[in-house]
Ligand binder design. Sequence first.
Ligand SMILES: [Zn+2]
Length: 60
Amino acid sequence: MDRSSRRCIVCGEERAVGIAIWDQFICHPCEQEMVNTDVLDEKYPFFIKQMRQIWLKQNA
Ligand SMILES: [Zn+2]
């Protein structure tokens, strides 16, 4: 696997910069968007859904 870029679980883009949560990857733009997303924002449930997929994988 190419360590210089990973596929973001949120947007599906392959990016070099981002954060790794367990064995998953979230690119920097998505991370920033997530951090800046208000809980009332319509995108928030989408992020939660994506994060829950990670948790479910970890607990499987
Ligand atoms: Zn992304």
